[in-house]
Design a protein around this ligand. Structure first.
Ligand code: SF4
Length: 61
């Protein structure tokens, strides 16, 4: 089942870790912060990315 994914840019520090774990879903934008490439995904890597984010900026629901 697809899950919604988003990034809280107020928390993101632009470390890039999530983009290496889930490159199909998350990418660093022109603002230097991570953003979701899609609004919903079935890619389970995004769960690992969310768990690995040092500031817990990734919301998966
Ligand atoms: S891992 Fe977290 S802090 Fe790092 S770029 Fe991704 S969302 Fe931002």
């Amino acid at each position: 089942m697809a899950k919604k994914v988003s990034v809280n840019k107020d928390l993101c520090i632009g470390c890039g870790l999530c983009t290496t774990i889930a490159p199909d879903v998350l990418a660093i934008g022109d603002d230097g912060l991570a953003g979701a490439l899609v609004s919903e995904t079935t890619d389970e890597a995004v769960e690992e990315a969310a768990a690995s984010c040092p500031v817990a900026a990734i919301v998966v629901e």
